[in-house]
Design a protein around this ligand. Structure first.
Ligand code: F6P
Length: 359
């Protein structure tokens, strides 16, 4: 038996722990393991396939990033190919991916990724590739698993950062608006905002009204707490409006989520008369060492993926269904974006404590 592992999409703390666990579990069964570098691109590159031995995965559990590299531009169904004259054409290379995997004698692929990468894995499975998925994303927006690895580390990083904002906000009697990742789901903002006792948390699931946010800031000043911390998810939407995007024609898709904190800060300064500053925490949330929870989850996912292969459960993704890790069909796993339910216990608790959601 020979299996391959690749990591695709944005990185998340815990990827290396998955790789280590899968390699050790596979070797324990006498299987051979290789890694495909940078998503699927390694299949077509001179040094793109690397042997994953016990030695290769030694001492990597705690490391952020991925020893295999990753890419969010390597969709084999829409692969960018540079043509003469510098133009880029998107071509379907999925058949080549499958035949190259066969050529390399690979019996099954473990695809570690978020919804984009797992969607690709599901499509490759439909075309006959034996593949098992592992859910990764700091955004925690995959519905079929109770939690994705990387999420809790991102929450910890954001919580630590917001903690530091408190003192500078208080020293200057300022409003600080901090923008967190999460795409169209508010998980990171909700958890980090709650843990760091933000005054206002704005998430895509609850459209905000800045007049209500300004009211909350007014209350803070009235009660003698002359500073405020506002946590906003990058995908937050104003009532009756749209999420903020950074427009750049050269971007794939032409635009990228972002800019909401700056926009809100300017408007709030006008509305409240209080000095306001904004910051975007950005990719810091994806970097660094996974916390213990994510290491444990990643290691469990890695061994569970090998277990699924051993049972012949291809076309599945490992998922946490507490207290167990089990397999769910990939097609089901990518069918729905997991957003924060409006009656989530953290929302209810936060409201009970006077935290505003801007609604
Ligand atoms: O999916 C994870 C994520 O970190 C999102 O929260 C964010 O919008 C996106 O990736 C940014 O990705 P990149 O800058 O790598 O394109």
């Amino acid at each position: 038996m020979r299996i391959a592992i690749n990591t695709g999409g944005g990185d998340a703390p815990g990827l290396n722990a998955v790789i280590r666990a899968a390699v050790l579990a596979a070797q324990g069964r006498g299987w051979d393991v290789v890694g495909i570098r940078r998503g699927y691109s390694g299949l077509f590159k001179p040094h793109g396939i690397v042997p994953l031995t016990e030695r290769a995965v030694s001492g990597i559990t705690h490391m952020g990033g991925t020893i295999l590299g990753t890419s969010n531009r390597g969709n084999p169904f829409s692969f960018p190919v540079e043509r003469s004259g510098g133009t880029v054409e998107m071509v379907d290379r999925s058949d080549q991916v499958i035949s190259r995997i066969e050529e390399l004698g690979i019996d099954c692929l473990i695809a570690v990724g978020g919804d984009g990468s797992l969607r690709i894995a599901a499509e490759l499975a439909n075309k006959g590739l034996k593949v098992v998925g592992v859910p990764k994303t700091i955004d925690n927006d995959l519905d079929a698993t109770a939690v994705t690895f990387g999420f809790h580390t991102a929450v910890q990083t954001a919580t630590d950062a917001i903690g530091k904002l408190h003192s500078t906000a208080e020293a200057h009697q300022r409003v600080m608006v901090v923008e967190l990742m999460g795409r169209h789901a508010g998980w990171i903002a909700l958890f980090a905002g709650f843990a760091s006792t933000a005054d206002v948390i704005l998430i895509p699931e609850i459209p905000y009204d800045l007049a209500r946010v300004a009211e909350k800031i007014g209350e803070r000043w009235a009660e003698g707490s002359e500073f405020a911390i506002i946590v906003v998810a990058e995908g937050a939407v104003p009532k009756g409006g749209e999420a903020s995007y950074l427009e750049k024609p050269a971007l794939s898709g032409g635009r990228r989520l972002g800019g909401v904190a700056k926009m809100i800060a300017w408007q709030l300064e006008e509305l409240t008369g209080h000095e306001t500053r904004s910051l975007v925490l950005g990719h810091l949330q994806r970097g660094g060492e996974p916390i213990a929870f994510d290491r444990i989850l990643s290691l469990s996912f890695g061994t569970a993926a090998v277990e699924l292969i051993a049972k012949g459960q291809f076309g599945c993704m490992v998922a946490l269904d507490p207290p167990r890790v089990r397999g769910v069909p990939l097609a089901q796993a990518v069918s729905k974006l997991k957003t924060v339910p409006l009656d989530h216990e953290l929302i209810l608790s936060a409201r009970a404590m006077g935290i505003s959601f801007g609604d």
